[in-house]
Design a protein around this ligand. Structure first.
Ligand code: SF4
Length: 378
């Protein structure tokens, strides 16, 4: 059974206007040292808990994903230290996928060589766009070319698996901006591309500008057109879609994220991280100081948790699996949803392949709505 480990790094150098993640502007290097110490303590506590329950595979975790925030703020040696802590506690299974996210402006050729030498196998870089005016709206400080250079540096350092993250449908962006961003990303030789439409969370600064009419809110038609541009260019370059927003060359799929989408277990370590093990899901203390205080007192830093009912798990499974190219086994869907499946097959939004059903190209744009309909969720 695959078992994933997510590690949350809750610090960034600046706070971007659209961001709603659990991340804080780094005040001092002391904060990083406190964080690393607390994280290592949580890994010890987590290992003891999982081993006592017989839930940790004997050979260790099969995927690790260091996300944030800005993991690269720790530098190559800081990330290597985290991996060493995992090796001493949960253990890392042979052939495990080990990813870190990185912000292009906090990376260098040396950074990539260091983390590659210490066992990272995959890098995921925030790119967003090559259009300077789009990056400005998003408050991103990197120059348009920096993310592309960072991807090339990662490839040159020996990483086979490199992802660039794009955001489309930012206010003020044009079709050409999206086209150019995808083309430039693909020209670097990466094997994975993620493209999400901009979701402006309520608490984000950008939301206030849109609400006050200072920036336009892109329509659903615009979002659909932009998605098609991304998808067409990615497929032409040999990156097939395997999840609605994710494209990869064969073998380049992100196994850690596949674990989430297939409802496999994972432990989330770090402030505000979420975990899902057995039928239980929980979230850690979000504030780094509170998180550190709890773990240094020898407690798991759980802030809230819930036990998922069979119905909750069924709803999640349908919602997540219908976003995957591999789709869902039709017999997993309850009788109540079968007529809806037939209706969407007739409408060309779902396709049947053997005992599975998956969204068509047009259906991809409506995957969440189709799943909700099958589940009778308003
Ligand atoms: S760098 Fe990423 S995580 Fe940090 S504030 Fe910006 S969008 Fe959020």
């Amino acid at each position: 059974m695959a078992f994933g480990l997510y590690i949350h790094v809750p610090y960034c150098t600046v706070r971007c206007g659209y961001c709603d993640f659990n991340t804080y502007v780094l005040g001092s290097s002391d904060a990083l040292a406190t964080y690393q110490e607390a994280l290592e303590r949580e890994l010890e506590l987590a290992t003891a808990r999982l081993e006592a329950q017989g839930l940790l595979p004997d050979d260790g975790v099969s995927t690790i994903f260091v996300g944030g925030g800005t993991p690269s703020i720790l530098g190559g040696e800081g990330l290597a230290q985290i991996l060493a802590a995992v090796r001493h506690t949960m253990k890392i299974a042979p052939g495990a996928e080990v990813t870190t996210e990185a912000n292009p402006e906090t990376t260098s050729p040396e950074f990539f060589s260091t983390i590659r030498a210490h066992g990272f196998t995959r890098v995921s870089l925030g790119m967003q766009s090559v259009a300077p005016h789009v990056l400005r709206v998003l408050d991103r400080r990197h120059t348009p070319g920096r993310s592309l250079d960072a991807a090339r540096e990662a490839l040159e350092a020996g990483f086979e698996h490199v992802n660039l993250d794009l955001i489309y449908a930012t206010p003020g962006e044009t079709d050409d901006d999206v086209r150019r961003s995808v083309e430039c990303a693909l020209e670097t030789g990466i094997d994975h591309l993620s493209a999400y439409s901009l979701i402006v969370e309520e608490g984000a600064a950008l939301n206030r500008k849109i609400a006050h009419g200072e920036l336009p809110r892109p329509s659903e038609e615009v979002m659909a057109d932009r998605y098609e541009i991304v998808s067409d260019l990615a497929e032409q370059a040999g990156l097939h879609w395997y999840e609605v927003s994710n494209f990869a060359k064969p073998g380049g799929e992100c196994l850690h994220n596949m674990g989430y989408w297939r409802s496999e277990p994972w432990w989330g370590a770090g402030p505000g991280a979420h975990s899902f093990v057995g039928k239980r899901r929980w979230m850690n203390e979000k504030l780094p100081v509170r998180y550190a205080a709890r773990v240094s007192a020898g407690e798991l830093p759980v802030k809230s948790d819930e036990v998922l009912s069979d119905e909750d798990r069924y709803v999640e499974e349908v919602m997540l699996r219908l976003r995957l190219a591999e789709g869902i086994r039709r017999d997993v869907v309850k009788e109540s949803g079968q007529a809806q499946i037939d209706r969407y097959v007739d409408a060309g939004l779902l396709e049947v392949e053997g005992d599975r059903v998956h969204v068509s190209m047009e259906g991809r744009l409506h995957a969440d709505g189709i799943a909700a309909d099958i589940l009778f969720i308003d």
